[in-house]
Design a protein around this ligand. Structure first.
Ligand code: ZN
Length: 342
């Protein structure tokens, strides 16, 4: 398994990154299917890996990304068994890279074309988790889905194993009027609420999801950097940004023409809590080790800064407190060894 297409760490850095107890809190299950699965599923349709794995490839727009998504990964995800297989392989890759906690989402409206209902899907995804990795599953939906699927989405709030909800898809679509109230009720019922923002829309939309949807976690959020006022709001309210640098680069997010231009360091210096994840490993051909390596090779992060990223993940993820404390102790020990190193 070659997981190094974009950034390759030297062996010492690779060992350090693997040893870091990491979280992966921005992961779309469908987008993490493996090429081997698709090739076995339909060898005529998927004879070769996708052209967008090329490190120099850039999606010309989010619409183009979506077209590829529907061409490649959507047709496979019509059965609970196939979701289980995708999750099993993706979670195993996470485990091999030293990930200890995963928050992954699936497209909630997919339930309506699946061969079983939500609770069965949630059981199948949870059953895919390897030993030692805690998994929380989120239901994602686009800005338009509440109006089209309100009965399903309301029912989803009664599913015990659904940890929370996430707003995804084209960020520039108008947000359905039912979404803000749905987000508030989900939170009242104990669900964790997230939203994608600040990827294809600017800082005002990041402020909107924080203020109007009440999310404490924004997926991407990087274009908050366009407004010092919004950056201050994120820092003051301890809002977490689940950032995916290689995804931002390959989707040509405004301000990320090169990896060295990525605003992650500026956001951290302004006091924003940032974590690092992969988004869709099939669509970007990336791995979490590469994401951490990109920070070192293109943005000058040292080991203490990598530990800070991992610690932000551990401190803010939806994991039980005993596990959180144990992982924090591991990070303390790695920090001590890093400071003692010559
Ligand atoms: Zn995403």
């Amino acid at each position: 398994m070659n997981i190094y297409r974009h950034y390759r760490p030297d062996p010492e850095l690779e060992a350090f990154i693997v040893a870091l107890p990491k979280t992966e809190t921005h992961l779309h299950i469908e987008g993490c299917v493996s090429f081997e699965q698709l090739n076995a599923f339909n060898p005529k349709r998927y004879p070769n890996p996708p052209p967008f794995w090329d490190p120099s490839y850039r999606f010309e727009s989010f619409d183009r990304f979506n077209e590829h998504f529907f061409e490649w990964v959507a047709p496979y995800h019509t059965t609970v068994a196939n979701y289980h297989e995708t999750a099993k392989q993706a979670f195993a890759k996470c485990a091999a890279q030293g990930v200890r906690h995963i928050e992954a989402s699936f497209h909630l409206p997919a339930i309506s074309w699946l061969d079983d209902d939500g609770p069965a899907l949630l059981d199948a995804i949870h059953d895919a988790a390897p030993d030692g990795i805690s998994v929380r599953i989120f239901g994602g939906m686009t800005h338009a889905d509440y109006g089209r699927r309100s009965e399903l989405l309301e029912r989803a709030l009664t599913w015990d194993r659904l940890a929370g909800i996430d707003l995804h898809g084209p960020e520039y679509w108008p947000v359905d009027d039912g979404i803000p109230d749905y987000w508030r009720r989900a939170k009242d019922l104990g669900k964790v609420t997230k939203a994608h923002a600040g990827e294809f829309m600017g800082a005002p939309f990041v402020e909107w999801v924080v203020d109007t949807l009440g999310v404490a976690r924004v997926e991407h959020g990087v274009r908050a950097i366009e407004s010092a006022q919004v950056v201050d709001i994120l820092a003051e309210r301890s809002i977490v940004l689940d950032v995916c640098p290689i995804s931002n680069l390959k989707l040509a997010v405004e301000g990320v023409s090169t990896m060295s231009a990525h605003p992650i360091r500026k956001l951290m210096e302004a006091g924003v809590c940032v974590t690092v994840s992969t988004d869709d490993t099939f669509m970007f051909g990336n791995s979490l080790i590469e994401e951490y390596t990109a920070l070192v090779q293109s943005l000058g992060f040292d080991r203490t800064a990598l530990i800070e990223i991992a610690r932000n993940g551990v401190r803010t993820a939806s994991m039980d407190e005993a596990k959180r404390a144990a992982l924090e102790r591991e990070l303390d020990e790695l920090q001590r060894l890093t400071l003692d190193a010559p």
